[in-house]
Design a protein around this ligand. Structure first.
Ligand code: GRF
Length: 198
């Protein structure tokens, strides 16, 4: 059975990276064996690096510091090249990727709000402080505009279940862990179907 290589990018805690690895690595899907060939982190102090070591996942650390976006992305491209991932899965990766990167790799991202609401880095706080009665998470294709590519899937909950910020944040993460692995499979299906039609 042929391996289908995936890369997972993260910047900090890495809990989504770990969850994705545990649920997808060596899973059979549509006649292939999914394989997390590498994980990549832009922050050498990230706790997720320890998680990657414990999982036995090859971990590429490419710092963005003191580099232009172009230099940073060129280094990521060089680091990834030997692994040839067919999809990059952003999981708490806190850097914007430009067309320089996106012309080489398809990427998807998870965002902790019901997009298109609350784009950007403060989504959980903004969504908690909003008057909305529901909140949730979204998985989307990465495009050159921040948090704006086509939505692959979403999950939502009623706010009355989570009165405190801590419980709200916990619920968001629990939804992420449920949604993201399945959304990756949906994204793969979409791209296989597109490739079949081309
Ligand atoms: C997640 O809430 C993700 O949606 C957001 O950053 C957080 C990352 O958490 N973009 P972790 O590093 O996966 O624990």
């Amino acid at each position: 059975m042929q391996d289908f290589p995936l890369a997972i990018f993260f910047s900090g805690n890495g809990s989504n990276m770990q969850n994705l690895y545990e649920k997808l690595h060596h899973k059979e899907f549509m006649g292939m064996r999914l394989c997390v060939c590498a994980v990549l982190c832009n922050n050498e102090n990230a706790f997720g690096i320890e998680r990657a070591k414990a999982l036995g996942a090859p971990c590429l650390v490419v710092s963005h510091r003191h580099k232009t976006r172009q230099e940073f992305e060129t280094q990521i491209l060089q680091a990834l090249a030997p692994f040839a991932p067919k999809l990059c899965i952003l999981a708490g990766f806190m850097r914007i990727l430009s067309p320089l990167f996106l012309q080489h790799y398809a990427a998807i991202n998870i965002h902790p709000s019901i997009l298109p609401l609350f784009k950007g880095a403060n989504a959980i706080v903004e969504s908690f402080e909003s008057p909305m009665k529901v909140a949730g998470v979204s998985v989307h294709w990465v495009s050159k505009e921040l948090d704006s590519g086509a939505i692959i899937d979403q999950a939502a909950f009623h706010r009355k279940e989570t009165p405190t910020f801590e419980s709200f944040e916990q619920k968001i993460h629990a939804l992420e862990y449920d949604l993201y692995p399945n959304a990756v499979l949906q994204a793969l299906k979409q791209s296989f179907l597109k490739a079949d039609m081309e």
